[in-house]
Design a protein around this ligand. Structure first.
Ligand code: FES
Ligand SMILES: [Fe+2]
Length: 383
């Protein structure tokens, strides 16, 4: 259940009622206008460089806090091309740092794990979990180094509502920024599984496939279409973000029920797009947090985290979640194949722009806000 603490989003009851209206009238939510996005915005290195600058200067989701559940847990990866590491300290605080040794810049860790100290693999400079430089092997060789001033370089980091947010801009007001994000992950969720994969497509092309239900019948013929609906979504905006509700046919079980007290778990999937590059989706008994990191114009690193409040000993419920995820993974492979095909289509020269219809308004919103951010970047570069 999502806590709608900002009153920015419809209640579950209102969403279900709107879905029933769409089922009965063979309609779906429509935006106000089509969107045309120039193909060059997916192909241009200069454009990607600006997008990376935007990602470097905004408060964005790094990972769910359950990926850093205990002291010593760390997650290290590139964020907009910059290597960062987030780690939970002995005091329970999560901190983020530039993942570069203060000796000669080597990354202290990669991927995820649990450690008592961050020890550089090159010459062994060792940092405490709070980032302070603890020891230098053969320290007498560095008579001018003041260890107190050579700790890891901190990046603004804040845990809020089950998510770790970071901002690489030293002027950031991260506390203010997270206020606009509703509580999406309920308390008590733990990490069930994490994975990453490289997708051979521009990050926006990949993201777009999560934000519309127009492709359900054609792309997911034998997976989602038999249990969902074609082109039937409820699309909402909250700030620069969107929520798209994809109903399952099991939602019919709520007909003639008192809709004031319902659970939509297992009856629809909410896809939350947190602008610019994060998608959080609800599935029966669990949620998935996906962060899309652009590698270059035509490839994306996808980081996925599966979280749930199902306890370890509830094996039957956990097995049901993993079965459900196997099914969802089949659909995800179908999406990937299509998205990678669309990437090749960008290179074909057939289109000057990509066209998005009225029911793909969450994608139009993505591009609208990205264009605004790019405008702001241009102004700040000029001044
Ligand atoms: S680069 Fe890290 S110890 Fe030398
Ligand atoms: Fe899809």
């Amino acid at each position: 259940m999502i806590t709608n603490n900002k009153k920015q989003l419809l209640s579950d009851t209102e969403v279900v009622q709107r879905i029933f209206d769409h089922i009965d009238n063979a309609t779906t939510d429509n935006g106000n206008q089509n969107w045309k996005e120039p193909v060059n915005n997916y192909r241009s290195k200069a454009r990607l460089d600006i997008e990376l600058k935007i990602l470097q200067s905004r408060t964005i989701v790094f990972c769910p806090s359950s990926a850093l559940a205990k002291s010593g847990d760390y997650v290290a990866r590139d964020v907009a091309g910059i290597p960062l590491i987030a780690v939970r300290g002995l005091d329970g605080e999560v901190r983020a740092f530039r993942n570069a040794c203060r000796h000669r810049g080597v990354q202290l860790a990669e991927g995820h794990g649990c450690t008592r100290a961050l020890v550089c693999p090159y010459h062994g400079w060792a940092y405490s979990l709070d980032g302070s430089l603890r020891s230098i092997p053969h320290e007498h060789g560095f008579p001018d180094v003041d260890k107190a001033t050579r700790g890891l370089v901190a990046v603004a980091c804040l845990v809020s509502n089950g998510l770790v947010f970071i901002n690489q801009n030293p002027q950031a007001n991260i506390e203010q920024d997270v206020l606009s994000v509703p509580k999406l992950l309920p308390d008590g969720y733990r990490l069930l599984h994490s994975s990453n994969q490289i997708v051979k497509a521009n990050w926006k092309l990949h993201l777009e496939s999560s934000l519309e239900g127009y492709h359900i019948r054609q792309t997911h013929k034998n997976t989602f279409f038999p249990v969902q609906y074609d082109n039937l979504t409820v699309v909402e905006a909250f700030g620069e973000n969107s929520r798209v509700a994809f109903p399952y046919q099991s939602i019919e079980g709520l007909r003639h029920k008192n809709l004031t007290d319902i659970s939509v778990d297992g009856r629809l999937t909410y896809v939350y797009h947190l602008f610019p590059n994060v998608v959080i989706s609800t599935f029966p008994g669990c949620m998935q947090v996906v962060v899309l990191e652009p590698i270059d114009e035509s490839s994306t690193q996808q980081h996925s985290y599966l979280v749930s409040d199902i306890a370890k000993h509830q094996t039957e419920l956990l097995n049901a979640i993993f079965e459900g995820q196997k099914f969802a993974a089949k659909g995800a492979i179908e999406d990937l194949q299509i998205v990678q095909s669309a990437q090749r289509g960008l290179l074909s020269g057939a289109n000057k722009y990509l066209e998005f219809g009225l029911f793909e308004s969450a994608i139009g919103r993505l591009h609208t806000h990205l264009a605004k951010e790019i405008g702001r970047q241009a102004v700040s570069c000029d001044t």
